[in-house]
Ligand binder design. Structure first.
Ligand code: NCD
Length: 337
């Protein structure tokens, strides 16, 4: 895949070689994310960070990733604060904003909205999440995390066992991750969800036809056994017809230390795209796992910066200029990792 000037709208654009290229550039970003070195390779460049749906880590980490490369960020948050609320089309918004930015990241609740926006944009656009459809940068950072965690245990993505838990119907992070994992070989998928929130059949069919094993269940007891990775998700309440309907599914599937001890392997890696819903009725990933060394959720969020820096560097064709323009930092830096 030639990244230069490209939109990143779906993980369908990636093959194994291009994933490895993103990961190689992401590895190279570690000294910058750790604040050991500074680079100004995007000095003068502007990111349009357009989030028309709630976001904390995706929006802020895209912004930080751009800043860490030396660029400036302009952002808008929420529909109400933008002219979309006055009836402006994606076409007009994209024409306008692409005149102000070198690259745009966009999130919107409508499936396909980011592709529609990108078609009218004069600069590259990255999909920061379009409704229940896709979330490519999240899937890349999840896969990067899986790869690093498994490598630490002497394992590989090919042949691994992953349990995906929760709202697999509306969870776009899961949708994109399943497509990316489908590129690898001989993975065993255990899909654990309430009956009504199963992974859409098109994803399951693609995985099976690529030679992977897929087993569906609605309880943790059988589904979690022997998993290398357990990936828990939140009930996507904003995608349901009503709050009452979403409420029915909250709290049905919960991972806590007791469940982990009973059904997981001693080193099963625990992941979640976050935010975890910590309200009592939901609590799908309990705080009592916070000191479990296999809890990788904050390694995921840290890795998100590396992956987003890598995407920017590849799209804007500066990946091989980073080190040449860098210097050590000159301020006190806390140890983060
Ligand atoms: C996810 C999303 O927005 O799809 N969050 C994120 O970007 N890390 C998952 C979620 O909201 O549950």
């Amino acid at each position: 895949m030639n990244f230069i000037g490209q939109h990143i709208l779906s993980v369908d654009q990636f093959d194994r070689a291009s994933i490895e290229e993103v990961f190689r550039v992401a590895d190279n970003m570690i000294p910058y994310a750790l604040r050991q070195r500074v680079t100004r390779v995007l000095e003068g460049a502007i990111l349009g960070n357009m989030f028309f749906e709630p976001s904390t880590r995706t929006r802020v980490s895209f912004g930080c990733a751009w800043n860490l490369l030396g660029g400036e960020v302009r952002e808008t948050t929420g529909i109400k604060a933008s002219a979309l609320a006055k009836g402006e089309s994606f076409y007009d918004t994209a024409r306008v904003l692409s005149g102000y930015s070198d690259l745009i990241v966009m999130r919107h609740e409508k499936m396909g909205s980011v592709a529609e926006f990108a078609a009218a944009s004069r600069v590259p656009v990255i999909n920061g999440g379009d409704g229940a459809n896709e979330h490519p940068s999240q899937a890349l950072l999840d896969l990067y995390t899986i790869s690093r965690e498994l490598t630490d245990q002497g394992k590989a993505i090919d042949g691994m066992r992953i349990a995906l838990v929760g709202d697999l119907r509306f969870g776009r992070a899961v949708h994109s991750l399943c497509k990316l994992l489908g590129i690898y070989r001989n993975i065993s998928f255990s899909l654990i969800s309430p009956e009504a929130l199963r992974l859409p059949s098109s994803y399951i069919e693609s995985l099976r036809s690529a030679g992977h094993t897929v087993v569906e269940s609605s309880d943790m007891a059988s589904g979690l056994q022997q998993a290398d990775i357990v990936y828990v998700t939140r009930t996507q309440e904003e995608r349901f017809e009503s709050a009452d309907e979403a409420q029915r599914y909250k709290g049905l599937l919960r991972l806590n230390q007791a469940v982990y001890t009973q059904y997981c392997e001693p080193n099963t890696v625990i992941m979640h795209p976050l935010p975890r819903d910590t309200r009592a009725e939901a609590n799908e990933l309990d705080n009592d796992l916070n000191d479990n060394p296999n809890l990788a959720i904050f390694r995921q969020t840290d890795n998100g910066v590396l992956i987003r820096m890598a995407l920017f560097a590849l799209i804007l064709n500066v990946a091989d200029q980073i080190d040449a323009t860098s210097r050590p930092v000159n301020w006190y830096t806390a140890k983060r990792f």
